[in-house]
Design a protein around this ligand. Structure first.
Ligand code: UDP
Length: 225
């Protein structure tokens, strides 16, 4: 996490645009057949291990990664550091009202944290230019996009050039958690890498992701040979 935050702060200082991907096992599996997604992941300036599966796979492949670096943890850490770093954020995604609630909570938890805009993630193609314009006008250092995998990654890649934002991160269900609408798994479940189980129980739609895990295990075992 410390290395990821350092990289993100360096990206902001450079002023050029960077894509940060928070990678989980389901994205790896999808990127095997979705070539657009695969290119995006391979070309991202920073890819962080968002799930316990990625940590396990890295270890099997001889890469030592010490901890998960999830979207929700990155956004929280950036918000906590914002009063000192001066880094500004725009929250894009989730159902109407949720990004605003997440922004309000972050500002209460971290007085002086600079969130320069928020917008939901259910806009139409006709509305897209207006949303892009709102982000450009707000001139954030970091754009957090919470529209689910792979929609958020593709949206970032498609709009990267016109947005001109230094750091763009796909952060999945982060605003649902930060707004308080979706509770985080208890600490013991996070510690024992069981957060996924909590999420599936809370949201059966997540079962799709769990069903991808055998494919992920197979990929990892094959990659090792
Ligand atoms: N979402 C959105 N626009 C869409 C589809 C989804 O803003 O068109 C939001 C949804 O409300 C939720 C997030 O994207 O807040 C997806 O969260 P999830 O945890 O399912 O993400 P993933 O597991 O794909 O990272």
């Amino acid at each position: 996490m410390a290395a990821a935050l350092q990289a993100i702060e360096r990206f902001v200082a450079s002023g050029r645009s960077h894509h940060v991907v928070t990678l989980d096992a389901s994205m790896c599996v999808e990127a095997r057949t979705d070539l657009e997604l695969r290119r995006i992941v391979l070309e991202a300036e920073l890819v962080t291990p968002d799930s316990a599966g990625i940590l396990w796979a890295a270890r099997r492949c001889g890469v030592r990664l010490t901890e998960r670096v999830s979207g929700v943890d990155i956004v929280s850490a950036l918000a906590a550091r914002s009063p000192t770093t001066g880094i500004t954020m725009f929250l894009l995604g989730a159902a109407p009202g949720v990004a605003e609630e997440a922004a309000a909570r972050l500002q209460t938890q971290h007085p002086g944290c600079r969130i320069v805009g928020a917008h939901h993630g259910y806009f139409s193609a006709d509305d897209e230019p207006r949303v892009v314009d709102a982000i450009r006008q707000a001139r954030p250092d970091v754009l957090c996009v919470a529209m689910g995998i792979p929609k958020q990654e593709k949206w970032i890649a498609r709009h990267r050039a016109e947005l001109g934002v230094p750091v763009m991160i796909g952060v999945g269900g982060t605003f649902d958690v930060l707004s308080g609408r979706m509770r985080r798994a208890p600490a013991w479940m996070r510690r024992t890498n069981l957060e996924w189980l909590y999420r599936v129980l809370a949201n059966p739609r997540k079962l799709r992701k769990v069903l991808m895990l055998p494919g992920f295990v197979a990929m990892t075992l094959k990659a090792r040979r």
